[in-house]
Ligand binder design. Sequence first.
Ligand SMILES: Nc1ncnc2c1ncn2[C@@H]1O[C@H](COP(=O)(O)OP(=O)(O)OP(=O)(O)O)[C@@H](O)[C@H]1O
Length: 350
Amino acid sequence: MALLDVSNLRVRFRAGRGFVTAVDGVSFQLQERETLAIVGESGCGKSVAAMALTRLLPASTTQVEGQVHLQSRELLGLPERQMRHVRGRQIATVFQDPSASFNPVLTVGEQIVEAIRMHESVSHRVAWQRATELLELVSIPEPGHRMAEYPHRFSGGMRQRAAIAMALAAQPKILIADEPTTALDVTIQAQILALLKRLQRELGMGLLLITHDLGVVAETADRVMIMYAGRKVEEQPVRHLFDQPQHPYTRKLMGARPRMDLDWPRPRPLLPEIPGMVPPLHAIAAQGCTFATRCHLATDHCRAQSPPLTFVPSDARGAGALVACWDAMQPAAAVAHEKAPHHYLQELAA
Ligand SMILES: Nc1ncnc2c1ncn2[C@@H]1O[C@H](COP(=O)(O)OP(=O)(O)OP(=O)(O)O)[C@@H](O)[C@H]1O
């Protein structure tokens, strides 16, 4: 059984008299000890999907449909009091801006102690000891000393380490890391990613990593789900994605990675971009492929009908991808998602 099983998740926000759709029928699974990366440009619905499954979106302006199973427990119908136990204890989240995790007028130590005692009835002394160990676990030097400091005394990287320590306070089964390194400089980014991977291994957590950075994905993920305009457009094990991206959007994301043009005599950095932009929610096409307006392969058929997620094999050994693209579907080879070969699904779960 998957650790997390998200099925047909749909999120709509109230807009004027109606609603706009930010996440449109997305399904995915996270296995134990697995890292699933959710990738896409800004505005594709990655964070909204993550916030919906932890029920952190404002109920008064949001409609969430679908099913989210954490092992056998359905989360979307859970009373809020029980959901509070799930948050932190079962699923914890680390955000892009670590300052948002801390109250500036309390010491870092007190806040981690509070997080521990929220989920467990232990004495202040025991919680303090455990909080110090957590700071040590995330490689903060002199943890005993740093416990008594205020968040502003920490550098950005150290604050993110402390935020990760706080997220681990109740030993969650799943850690959601939402752009955890975007606000940090490059050398610190690599350290934080290495830390997340080490903690995942040591603590046996599932890691849901939200990012727009394919470099981060290559180093960290087991499996990748690409989102565009609220929909899942591709899913593959990471080791095949970089060799054989299937969806035109995935290929463009890869082409948009910064690199050096080594042409003699004037090597220069290239910062390519995908022409156009992710449509705002009110402008997402009601029919057809949502990427058609930016896709050089789009036909009238693409603009008229949404492509279903389909298994597209890429070699005879059963490797392949789930792709929502009419062009990527070879009529002879592609099979509907539900009929994907069993060994492929097992590989996804491996
Ligand atoms: N509370 C809200 N009310 C209305 N619209 C929202 C709300 N939160 C997010 N949105 C919209 O939902 C869409 C998806 O946003 P989301 O934050 O999930 O994107 P993202 O892919 O995570 O990008 P980023 O990395 O920039 O956060 C965007 O168009 C955003 O403006």
